[in-house]
Structures are given as C-alpha cells and as structure tokens.
Design a protein around this ligand. Structure first.
Ligand code: ZN
Length: 202
C-alpha cells in the first residue's frame, strides 16, 4: 500500500511535465537561490544536519578568556576535582569546603550554594542591578548545569553577558578555593568582589 501511495504521488507530480527529447539536460545546484554552484554553499552544506550543543551558547560563544571557558566547560560536566569526586576515587582531599568549612565540597556547593560564593554573588548582583536574581533559591538546583541553564543562560538579551559573568565569577571562586587548598592563602568576600570588578572592567 505504501509503495502504491508513493507511486501515485509521483505520478501526480509528473503529470504536467512534458519532456522534450531535443532539449539538452540542465544541471541545477539546489543549495543556492540562483541555482549556480558556489564554494560557500558547498561548505555550509556540511552543517545542514548539525544539532546545536547547549555548550556552544553557554560556554563557547559568550566572551571570556580561554582559561575561564575551559573551566566552565569542565565544571558544567562535573569534571573538576572537587572533594566529592576525590573522595569517590579514594584520593587525598581537604574534606570540607575550604570557603566555608561547613560541608563537603562539591561543584554545586562551591559555585552557588556556599555561603561565601552566595555573598560574592549578592554583592555583584547589587553592583549590576540584577534584583530579580534570588540567591536564596539557588539551593533547589541539583547541578551546576541546571543552575547555569535556569539562572544565567535563560536571561533574554542579557544571556550572553550573564554567561560571561558566570564564567568569570566561577573561575575566580575556583582560584580562591585553590589558593586556600594549596597555599593556605585566603582573601575576604569584599576583596574577591573587587578583583572580579577589576577583571570585568578590563
Ligand atoms: Zn562552602
């Protein structure tokens, strides 16, 4: 039945086409409007079936330095060496979050659930006039990816700027965490916020 249906459709389409034996065949390039081949259209053809990865808009397109982007790409896949992952592997670690000493460190805790990180975000939120951001609700998000997608990425026209901001803040929090773990050196929330502001202006 399916074949008969296809045959019938084809027959209908061809019903009004009259072939002239004396007219030479034409070759038409279907990927340009004027039917002429162009190298550009052939190049673009390679991407016709592509599926946009969320990472493209969340990480690779917004402006940030390569180091920040690489960190964001890793942390969004939960692939940075936070205490929870080190513990699962049985590798030495600092046990508790070095920023607040309250709980075991995980990527989610470090970037948006930790008291220290939330204070950083609250100060930056006031500085940027982002009053609709409510850091008190962030504990609902189960992963960095979920938090990033909901709070930062879905911000309409501000999406790109907020993604850049999230990459910078996350990177600075991660550096502060590393300084505490490896050098036993720490700075206050205010100092980190000033550092981030300087980076933003640069
Ligand atoms: Zn903490």
């Amino acid at each position: 039945m399916q074949h008969i249906e296809q045959f019938y459709k084809l027959w209908e389409r061809l019903a009004n086409i009259n072939l002239d034996q004396h007219t030479p065949d034409d070759i038409t390039w279907k990927l340009t409007r004027d039917g002429c081949y162009s190298a550009k259209s052939a190049y673009n053809m390679q991407y016709l079936g592509q599926v946009n990865s969320l990472m493209l808009n969340m990480v690779w397109k917004p402006w940030a330095t390569p180091k920040c982007k690489t960190f964001a790409w890793l942390v969004l896949q939960n692939r940075v060496w936070t205490v929870d992952r080190l513990t699962r592997r049985g590798w030495p670690n600092c046990d508790r979050c070095k920023l607040c000493s309250q709980t075991q460190e995980s990527a989610s805790h470090l970037l948006f659930k930790c008291r220290y990180s939330m204070r950083v975000w609250n100060k930056l939120k006031d500085w940027l006039g982002l009053q609709d951001i409510n850091t008190a609700n962030w504990h609902h998000y189960r992963s960095v990816k979920e938090w990033w997608k909901e709070v930062i990425h879905k911000r309409g026209a501000q999406r790109k700027a907020m993604s850049s901001m999230a990459m910078l803040v996350s990177w600075e929090i991660w550096k502060e965490r590393n300084a505490r773990v490896s050098r036993n050196h720490s700075i206050t929330v205010e100092m980190l916020v000033n550092k981030i502001k300087e980076e933003v202006s640069m």
